[in-house]
Design a protein around this ligand. Structure first.
Ligand code: AMP
Ligand code: GLY
Length: 424
């Protein structure tokens, strides 16, 4: 079969690598893709938001199955457009992708269906938000309602910071129209866990857990980023936590969406906080996490196309989702300066060191081929270096060893990815 993947980051490279292993797949296209994806797929220069062009391309090439990797096209209704054209596509429709697209929607859903999450209020008038903050307990969390590239969350320690935050989000519109509405939320403490799941409208199947490292610098200092590294599984996601989440969070979310007339098919990524009062939902995402996908998918035993097709067909209940009994760690190699300003266009050397090495992966995020056909840096997060090991410690040692195989100017990484493993 012919597969089209929409997106062009490390997540889409991990999806493409899994699809390439499927005996059912003859050809993979990726729009727009990147230099690494280009080694296993044909990259086509169509943007993820160019729905008409993507649909025409899929029809012309007789694509059998399309996988949407990114949140923006999902929230914009790309799945509805593909379905209207009679094309088979993996991901939630627009009315279900709102689970990630609107924080106010997801908070109201959790309240209505009694799914554990932080206490909150929503505002569309900055004056009312400011009045509320005067009486609220600090620290407090402010969230722009809509998609803001993972950056629309402000954690405010003092009332002054919170007031400045309301101005940034609702008045200065730092995150654009995402700031027309705002959620003000109780600050929670605990360990964070990312749980990716497959959903077919009624059945939900849980993938192996993972933990991300969102801050730019060692010791969780510095600015929030898309994610600087991950490990899977999380030793903090115990059987007891899993049991609680299955009872109070996962299936309840799927059923709530169905009850609201927003049948959910695709991936739900549960961002959980393991608080003293039990696991609570920090956020929902309507797609795989990045770089979570880079440690979870390489450990999945099933054929990814079988699983995704079962989600679309509503037959996920018949399938047994299986993961390897090992661990994986991903260390992101970024451009120094990310997430603020950084230089691009530096040649990347050493990728040949990964050839023939089982259990090692060099996933590309911000890379491209330059005019001389050389692979060069083209973004903040450049590569995701993933390695497996028999346990987390071995996987971490392997991943950090492999980061040394790669060279490029201004290469930056965190040196403490997976440090939490030592405390488990
Ligand atoms: P989100 O985009 O909602 O995942 O938020 C980004 C990050 O902000 C999360 O990964 C948490 O580290 C942090 N965060 C979000 N909401 C809260 C909260 N209610 N309490 C504490 N930290 C939070
Ligand atoms: N790594 C976090 C995310 O994909 O949203």
């Amino acid at each position: 079969m012919k597969v089209l993947i929409v997106g062009g980051g490390g997540r889409e490279h991990a999806i493409a690598a899994s699809a390439a292993k499927s005996s059912r797949v003859d050809k993979i296209y990726c729009a727009p893709g990147n230099a690494g994806i280009g080694k296993i797929a044909e990259c086509v220069p169509i943007g993820a938001m160019e729905f008409d062009k993507l649909v025409s391309f899929a029809k012309e090439k007789e694509i059998d199955f399309t996988i949407i990797g990114m949140d923006d096209p999902l929230a914009g209704g790309i799945v509805d457009e593909f379905e209207k054209a009679g094309l088979k596509v993996f991901g939630p429709r627009k009315n279900a992708a709102i689970l990630e697209g609107s924080k106010a929607f997801s908070k109201d859903l959790m309240k209505k269906y009694n799914i554990p999450t932080a206490a909150y209020e929503t505002f569309d008038d900055p004056k009312e938000a400011l009045a509320y903050l005067e009486t609220a307990k600090m620290p407090i969390v402010l969230k722009a309602d809509g998609l803001a590239l993972g950056k629309g969350v402000l954690i405010c320690k003092t009332l002054e910071e919170a007031k400045a935050g309301v101005k940034e989000i609702m008045e200065d519109k730092k995150f654009g129209s995402a700031g027309n509405h705002m959620v003000v939320e109780e600050f929670m403490t605990g360990r964070e866990v990312s749980v990716l799941t497959f959903v077919d409208g009624k059945t939900i199947q849980i993938m192996s857990s993972a933990q991300d490292h969102k801050r730019a610098k060692d010791g969780d200092e510095g600015l929030n980023t898309g994610g600087m590294g991950t490990f899977s599984p999380s030793p903090f996601y115990t059987a007891e936590v899993d049991q609680f989440c299955r009872e109070h969070i996962y299936q309840k979310t799927v059923d709530a969406m169905a009850a609201e007339g927003r049948e959910y098919k695709g991936v739900i990524f549960f961002g959980l906080m393991l608080t003293e009062d039990g696991p609570k939902v920090l956020e929902y995402n309507a797609r795989f996490g990045d770089p979570e996908a880079q440690v979870v998918l390489p450990r999945m035993k099933n054929d990814i196309i079988d699983v995704m097709e079962a989600c679309v067909d509503g037959t996920l209940g018949k399938l047994n989702l299986e993961f390897e009994d090992n661990a994986a760690v991903c260390v992101v190699l970024a451009s120094d300066g990310y997430p603020l300003s950084y230089e691009k266009g530096f040649e990347i050397g050493g990728e040949e060191n990964f050839e023939g090495k089982d259990g090692y992966y060099c996933f590309h995020a911000g890379t491209k081929l330059n005019e001389n056909g050389k692979v060069v840096t083209n973004g903040g997060r450049v590569l995701g270096i993933t390695a497996k090991g028999k346990d987390l410690k071995e996987a971490r040692a392997n991943a950090y060893a492999a980061t040394e195989w790669i060279s490029f100017d201004n290469k930056y990484m965190r040196h403490d990815i997976g440090k939490a493993i030592d405390e488990a």
